[in-house]
Design a protein around this ligand. Structure first.
Ligand SMILES: *Cc1c(COP(=O)(O)O)cnc(C)c1O
Length: 236
């Protein structure tokens, strides 16, 4: 495959094409079918207009990490086919509001949050909320995510609740470590989780700089921001 564009020198369409080609290349190198990999474009710090441009380019899945910002964009884009993935740390008091617009929540990391998201009045008309268990891949237990050793128990807890559909595990590779090693650990956690919940085999992993390594370790949902959106505008 020839890739004619270099990263950073093109417009939005060019950057998206560059990343899509990179995903296809990594999938082929690892003998993985492309259709089992979902690209979520992370649009945090970018306006609704950019989301519209991306929809014109065929993107349907968008990631946001802050409720305040996401809520405004979602409202502006009501009636469009955009599907919203919430990928940031989620406070209990925001859980209900986020569940009202997010079709997928990637950052479920504790039973109390599962209880709140499961509550019957959270999504009165839509179906269950799809969730990923965020796994802490760092040594710092103060970071977001369930510790790897606690993931299976949390998966069983979530699976027993109404209103939630467990999709799999999510992780962010820590800085200062070869990302492939971190994604290897995430894959091991995924294997434990699927022993309890066989259907929950999805893996949300891989960002702008490490998506190839994530694909090599089985990622099914990539969360890619800056490589596609370019330099972020100042948050406002
Ligand atoms: C911002 C963010 C991403 C995207 O990061 P890029 O480096 O811009 O691709 C992915 N996952 C999470 C949890 C994020 O907060």
């Amino acid at each position: 495959m020839t890739t004619i564009q270099r990263e950073g020198e093109t417009d939005l369409a060019g950057r998206l094409a560059f990343v899509r080609a990179g995903i296809a290349e990594a999938a082929a190198a690892n003998s993985r079918p492309l259709d089992e990999i979902t690209l979520i474009v992370v649009t945090k710090f970018h306006p609704a207009g950019l989301v519209r441009e991306l929809m014109d380019l065929g993107v349907t899945d968008f990631g946001e990490s802050r409720h305040q910002e996401a809520r405004e964009k979602v409202a502006e884009l009501a009636g469009t086919p955009a599907a919203w993935h919430f990928i940031g740390q989620l406070q209990g008091k925001k859980a209900k509001q986020v569940a009202a617009y997010a079709s997928v929540i990637h950052s479920l990391d504790r039973p109390s949050l599962a209880d709140l998201l499961s509550a019957a009045d959270v999504r009165p008309t839509a179906g269950p909320t799809d969730v990923f268990l965020q796994v802490n891949l760092t040594d710092d237990t103060g970071r977001g995510g369930v510790v790897p050793g606690g993931a299976r128990e949390l998966a069983e807890y979530v699976e027993a609740l109404p209103g939630l559909r467990l999709r799999g595990v999510m992780g962010v590779a820590p800085l200062g470590e070869e990302p492939r090693f971190a994604f290897e650990r995430l894959r091991a956690v995924s294997e434990l989780v699927t022993q309890s919940v066989p259907r929950a085999s999805a893996i949300s992993a891989g960002m702008s700089h490490d998506y190839s390594e994530a694909i090599a370790e089985g990622a099914t949902h990539l969360r890619i921001g800056s490589a596609i959106t370019g330099i972020r505008a100042v948050a406002g």
